[in-house]
Design a protein around this ligand. Structure first.
Ligand code: HEM
Length: 135
C-alpha cells in the first residue's frame, strides 16, 4: 500500500464550484468521488459501465453512485489515473467508504469524562476540607 495521505496532500485543491463547470464532454467531464476530483473525459468510451452512467454524474458528487455499483479493486486502482485534485477540507462530505480520507474521530463522551473528573475532584476537595475544619 502506498502512503495515500502524502499523495493526497500533494494534490491540487479544486472547489466544488469548479467541478460543476465540467459537466459535458466539450468542457471535460469531472466528478467527485470520496472528496477527490476525477477527470474521466478520456475514459468515457472505455468505461465498462458505459459513457452514460458517467455523464449522468458529470460535474457532481458521484460517491454514492460509484459505491452502489460495487466497483472492483481493479476499478479503484484504475481511477487513480484520472485523479486531478481534491476538495478543500471545508467542502468535504462524510461519505465513508474505502478510499479517501477518513473523517476525523471525535470521542463521543469527552465532555462526560471531564464532568466525572470535576466531580471526583470536588469530592476529594470536600473530604479534605471537612477533615481540616473538624480539627
Ligand atoms: C473514475 C471513476 C470510475 C472508474 C475508473 C470506473 C471503472 C469501472 C470499471 C473498471 C468497471 C468494470 C467492473 C469493475 O471492475 O468493477 C466499471 C463498471 C461499471 N461502472 Fe464504473 N468507474 C468509474 C465511475 C463510475 C461511476 C461514477 C458510475 C455511476 C454513476 C459507474 C458505473 C458503473 C457501472 C453501472 C458499471 C457496470 C457494472 C456491471 O455491469 O456489473 N462507474 N467501472
Amino acid at each position: 500500500m502506498t502512503d495515500h495521505g502524502t499523495e493526497l496532500s500533494k494534490l491540487k485543491v479544486i472547489f466544488t464550484a469548479e467541478v460543476k463547470k465540467h459537466h459535458y464532454k466539450e468542457n471535460g467531464v469531472w466528478m467527485i468521488i470520496h472528496n477527490n476530483v476525477y477527470d474521466v473525459t478520456s475514459f468515457l468510451e472505455e468505461h465498462p459501465g458505459g459513457e452514460d452512467s458517467l455523464l449522468d454524474v458529470a460535474g457532481k458528487e458521484a460517491t454514492q453512485d460509484f459505491e452502489d455499483v460495487g466497483h472492483s479493486d481493479d476499478a479503484r486502482e484504475l481511477m487513480k489515473k484520472y485523479l486531478i485534485g481534491t476538495l478543500p477540507p471545508e467542502e468535504h462530505k462524510k461519505t465513508g467508504g474505502t478510499t479517501g480520507e477518513k473523517d476525523k474521530f471525535e470521542p463521543p463522551c469527552s465532555n462526560l469524562k471531564w464532568a466525572v473528573f470535576a466531580l471526583a475532584g470536588a469530592l476529594v476537595f470536600g473530604i479534605v476540607l471537612k477533615k481540616y475544619l473538624s480539627k
